[in-house]
Design a protein around this ligand. Sequence first.
Ligand code: 5GP
Ligand code: SF4
Ligand code: MG
Length: 485
Amino acid sequence: CAVFGIWGAGSDEDNPSRAAAITATGLHALQHRGQEACGIVAFDKSQFLVHRAVGLVGDVFGKGKADRGGAGPLTRLVGSSAIGHTRYATSGKGAGPASIRNIQPLWTDLDETGGFALAHNGNLTNAMALKAELRAEGRRFQSTSDTEVILDLMARSRERRLANRLIDALSRVVGAYSIVGLSAKKLIGVRDPSGVRPLVLGRLDNAWIICSETCALDIVGATFVRDIEPGEMIVIDEDGMQTRRIGAAPRRFCIFEYIYFSRPDSFVEGRNVYSIRQAIGRELAKEETHSADMVIPVPDSGTPAAVGYAKESGIPFELAVTRSQLAGRSFIEPDQESREQVVRRKLNVNRDMVRGKSVVLVDDSIVRGTTSKILVKMFRDAGVREVHMRIASPPTRSPCYYGVDTPSKGELIFNQYANLEQMERHLGVDSLRYLSVPGMYRAVGETDIPEDETECGAKAGYCDACFTGKYPIRLVDNSEGSVNQ
Ligand code: 5GP
Ligand code: SF4
Ligand code: MG
């Protein structure tokens, strides 16, 4: 998911919904983090104004909407502060009628402090346990999302001040969260003590912005101030910006943000994602290069790593797979048949370029194997001589419980085969190689890597549980995998 919040954007007669409009633009830049649904909550001096719907930001809030109807949802979202969210379901799934209630921001009325709206990226690992506990006390939940637990805990808190209530609520939850919250007077941003998901602070003239990635700051014309620290809470109000500490834990930033999740033009923890992806591709080539006629990326997510691989190996880089810009993401589809349909509509191999050739095909990751299996078949049908598949991450072996929607252990294709040769045969490739765990860490600039691969994450300060099975944050609701605190 993506979060975006703005405070102090000004609101005048010419543009009464300036904060909401900037939020929509910011969410548009963060669309890659969630494409199922989106929402914006604005505050207009006396009340919260809300619009949430299933669909892409452009469709839900786009300019076309306002032009056609003359009164798109943005024109209603008046006020000088707003927060927004794009949703990528990792908790409280289901496209049925219940899902509209899961669309964020969520909001609630707190007696003494007034209303509070909240948008969350990440996933709580003890939400089910907390909900069961709260239900036993007679609480009712409107959504199946884990985020509602935070609002509920805030409502029950005995603290009087808003920020203290939020800190109190967060002291009960376990898991990953980068949150923006909005009250009548304050914009709050907070990151879990391990700092699993990114969150950055920016300025646009006199306004403050808190959002998931720096690409959104670029797009709205804001300047980057700094990353919000793990375990840091930022409170912005009339008196300016204040920072507080909500807890401390060893840093465990999600390494998969570098591999796939973040946008390549973003700076994450001070480093440009595109350059890291290129470095990952270089590491992959250093570990093993195969002679071939060309290096081909699986667009778009495999492209930066393929550029790095081609530079390091000296093999020419070619865009021999074309991606339709209109097709959606295969990953998000609910069943295997529709995922395959999307891959077929999305990708096509340029026969003329690959006929009789030996190719290195680079993708960022293999999850269920849907993309690779179909794509390799397309290469075979095009008359390719050899396909050498190179993956710019270690094998995905364990599900993520911290905000990325990896399927169960059994659905992960790497776990379905006894060895690499069997998997090569299943995918129809001449060879398949993955990046090693130490190679992945070298690419992010870590040179002092422990020999035991499963210790690398702890040493370097990253979560890499989907690649090593070592979970750095307690899994209360699920027990798959070994927990390594
Ligand atoms: P597969 O087709 O093997 O199931 O998935 C691998 C493809 O999906 C890769 O091309 C990768 O870019 C993309 N991918 C990997 N992880 C995720 C994820 O968590 N979400 C989405 N939407 N795509 C992913
Ligand atoms: Fe990121 Fe993987 Fe850890 Fe999930 S399990 S937070 S995707 S590194
Ligand atoms: Mg991809």
